[in-house]
Write a protein that binds this ligand. Sequence first.
Ligand SMILES: [Zn+2]
Length: 273
Amino acid sequence: MRLVRPTLFVILRKEKLIMLSIFFILTLCIYTLRGLSTKVPEKPLSNRIIAVDPGHGGMDSGSSHSGYYEKDLTLDLALVLAKQLEAAGATVILTRTTDTDLIDLVTIEEEIRITKEEYQKKLEEGTRINALDKGIALGTRTPPLYRLGLRARLLIAYQHNADILVSIHTNHFRSSSSKGAVTLYYQSSEKSKLLAERIQDHLGPLRPGRSHPDEVADDFFILRVSQIPAVIVEVGFISNKDDREFMLSDQGSKEIAEAIIQGIINYFSESDQ
Ligand SMILES: [Zn+2]
């Protein structure tokens, strides 16, 4: 009998030790996993849907200089931007990935119907109505063909529930000395303005010596009618040698994309407040 107690004691101690060890290992695992999960940084544009629109395309070449066409530059720049946006966690909707003007996606009848709806809405709101929009809505004007392609870009963005639309363009001027980036917004949209300002914050000073005005309030079709905050980023002047070479280079296009993305990140952090 005397031997039983120590044996039982030893067995109990062993069981306790095993239980304690398991508890210790489990606790260690939980803390390690927690540590790992907090170390993985949240991507800055997770849960954001961003429509990237390479300006022009197909029959519509946009501006050109020295054998380079705006429609090709905008597509190349947009593809780099899309890739980097995805790396930052965003869902990217590209309005085109090939050399197309998108005109076939919207019929004239459809464009007239949408314009009528927009006209009615603006009448009810009492907001300013563009003369061409009014003419199309009242049947005195016919939608120009280029408008169908622009409408298609907007409809693609809406179909995918995009939060914002960033349309990529290059600038052109008869004087080759004009250079630098300009981001355009629609003056009636506070969010469009904020997005343009934040993008310009980073894109403007990308290279020293740029002296072009920062934000330009404008009422281009895509900005005027967009239901989501939209901007046109005139990345640089195709007519300026330095801008052109910068936009055409791998390094330049990556820096341009990074600047636009920083602006978009800042826009979301401010517009969410
Ligand atoms: Zn353009």
